[in-house]
Design a binder for this molecule. Structure first.
Ligand SMILES: Nc1ncnc2c1ncn2[C@@H]1O[C@H](COP(=O)(O)OP(=O)(O)OP(=O)(O)O)[C@@H](O)[C@H]1O
Ligand SMILES: [Mg+2]
Length: 508
């Protein structure tokens, strides 16, 4: 009775230990830590006097090893120990008595392989008390079962950890590749860089990357100045047609008849003196046609455009010949085409043809985290052009920019920086160099008060602002304004007869 009680308790202890180990090993841990834990648990539960564990890499050399009360073997020496060789060969756990093992005294030995599937990942073993001494320390059969179970849990854990690391490595490599691919994506065919680290822009760039390869028509939407044309150039520059032409046409800039001949071309003699001219669709053969402001195409022309897109042929103005076209169509608009369709001013069938894929650019105010990068990008670009070195911007100036909503989006920001660099006397942009619309850097344009002023009035206020900036230095002010000193002097006289309210005309 007492002995079976003792047996039960030992079994319970072993099961609890296995349960614990299983749970502990489930969390991914570095391999050495894992091995050491396995060995410590085995020693504690089996009441062993010594122990060892090692893991193997896929070339079957020892990767990590730990010993307890044994001599640490050099490199792969443990593999040469006969009991280990036996276990590795049979892939079975075994119990044996040895005269000597890794410098330890003669003892009972339990050894089990750690395997996962077909692969042996390591070996774990424990030694009992000296054989010649007390016999009570000898292992029993259950102990071998326990060690064997522990070893299989260990094998699975090592396997998991290694798989995880392999996947992790693979993920990192893929991420690197992805990043560099995207980096390349960010340059359009004329090598201009698109800035956009914000999640919203990253989504746009992802979409550009995915759609560029295809022949699909893409409708690019977004407020004015958000970078629609830039995206169109990116798509073209990363498409199989990149060596073909990119032909942009601004549909809002031309009256209906001119637009038609621009798009489709014109035959000779349609009107007196008219020479034959190819249209953009013809010129873009093998490349891309970019229909900018596509929402501004008059209805009658929309019908013709639709036919061209359906039949992939154009007919020149005043001609009868049909010319096949080979172009990809990208288009852009800041208009809400859906409302125009409702109102009957845009054709729904054309709309669906143009927007096989749709890319919407977020307004700058919704991705303010991109602003600092854009600012530095433009500072660099225009600083170089102005011949300025090490252009910087003060924290206050940047904050002023961050507070402004930029209704004109990236273009407005670009103009702002370009203007600031023209205005600044040193290579440091401070808030005073930033002509933001509410105040145009201190000159009231009436934008905030609702007061609308004439150009003359605005001009004289601006001249006043520049003069205040140069502390009345006419030469410096003339340089900033891009006019000569005499012209500025005259403007100053004109303004003074208009009785300016501020008294900043005094030249100190
Ligand atoms: N993400 C960006 N990174 C760098 N420059 C940009 C970016 N987006 C826009 N720009 C610059 O801002 C200016 C406006 O961009 P773009 O002409 O592409 O805008 P748009 O949406 O076509 O404007 P609009 O509706 O007024 O025609 C360009 O000079 C362009 O180079
Ligand atoms: Mg544009």
């Amino acid at each position: 009775m007492p002995s079976s009680n003792f047996e039960l308790r030992r079994k319970l202890l072993q099961l609890e230990a296995l349960y614990d180990v299983g749970r502990a090993l489930n969390t991914l841990r570095p391999e050495p830590e894992l091995l050491e834990e396995l060995m410590q648990r085995a020693i504690a539960v089996l009441d062993a006097t010594s122990g060892f564990v090692f893991s193997l890499d896929d070339k079957l050399t020892v990767q990590h090893q730990f010993v307890f009360e044994l001599e640490m073997p050099a490199a792969d020496a443990v593999l040469a120990e006969p009991p280990v060789r036996q276990v590795l060969a049979s892939r079975e756990a075994m119990s044996l008595s040895v005269g000597k093992f890794l410098g330890g005294p003669a003892s009972d030995l339990l050894i089990a392989p750690m395997v996962a599937g077909e692969v042996t990942l390591g070996v774990i073993g424990v030694g009992g008390k000296e054989i010649r001494g007390e016999k009570s320390g000898a292992f029993v059969e259950d102990d071998l079962r326990f060690l064997s179970s522990l070893a299989s849990i260990g094998g699975a854990a090592i396997d998991n950890t290694r798989r995880f690391h392999r996947l992790d490595l693979m993920r990192e490599t893929l991420e690197d590749e992805n990043r560099s691919l995207k980096q390349r994506m960010l340059r359009d065919y004329s090598d201009r860089l698109m800035i956009g680290e914000s999640p919203k822009m990253q989504r746009v760039i992802d979409l550009v990357a995915r759609v560029a390869d295809s022949h699909a028509s893409v409708l690019i939407r977004g407020e004015s100045g958000t970078g629609k044309e830039m995206v169109a150039r990116l798509i073209h520059g990363n498409s199989p047609r990149k060596n073909g032409p990119f032909v942009a046409i601004n549909c809002a800039a031309l009256p209906e008849t001119l637009l038609e001949s621009e798009l489709f071309g014109i035959e000779r003699g349609v009107a007196t003196g008219v020479e034959a001219r190819p249209g953009k669709f013809e010129l873009a053969r093998g490349g891309t046609v970019f229909l900018d402001e596509v929402g501004d195409i008059p209805l009658a022309l929309q019908a013709k455009l639709l036919r061209v897109l359906q039949e992939r042929e154009v007919e020149k103005l005043g001609g009868r010949r049909r010319i096949p076209i080979d172009v990809r169509i990208l288009s852009a608009t800041h208009r809400v085409l859906e409302e125009m369709i409702e109102a009957g001013s845009f054709r729904q069938d054309l709309y669906y043809r143009l927007k096989v894929v749709e890319i919407t650019l977020p307004p700058l105010r919704e991705r303010k985290d991109d602003i600092p990068r854009l600012v530095h990008f433009f500072l660099d670009k225009y600083g170089k052009r102005e011949g300025l070195k090490d252009v910087r911007i003060t924290q206050e100036a940047l904050q002023k920019i961050m507070r402004y909503p930029f209704p004109g989006n990236v273009r407005e920001l670009e103009n702002l920086i370009e203007g600031a660099l023209a205005l600044t006397v040193d290579p440091v942009i401070d808030p005073g160099d930033l002509l933001l619309p509410e105040t145009v850097g201190g000159v009231d344009t009436g934008a905030t008060t609702g007061e609308l002023v004439s150009l003359d009035e605005l001009e004289s206020r601006y001249v006043a602002r520049v003069l205040a900036h140069t502390k009345g230095n006419l030469s410096a002010a003339a340089r900033i304004l891009g006019i000569d000193r005499k012209t500025l002097y005259r403007k100053r006289l004109d303004a003074s007869t208009n009785a300016p309210s501020e008294n900043i005309w005094d030249i100190h």
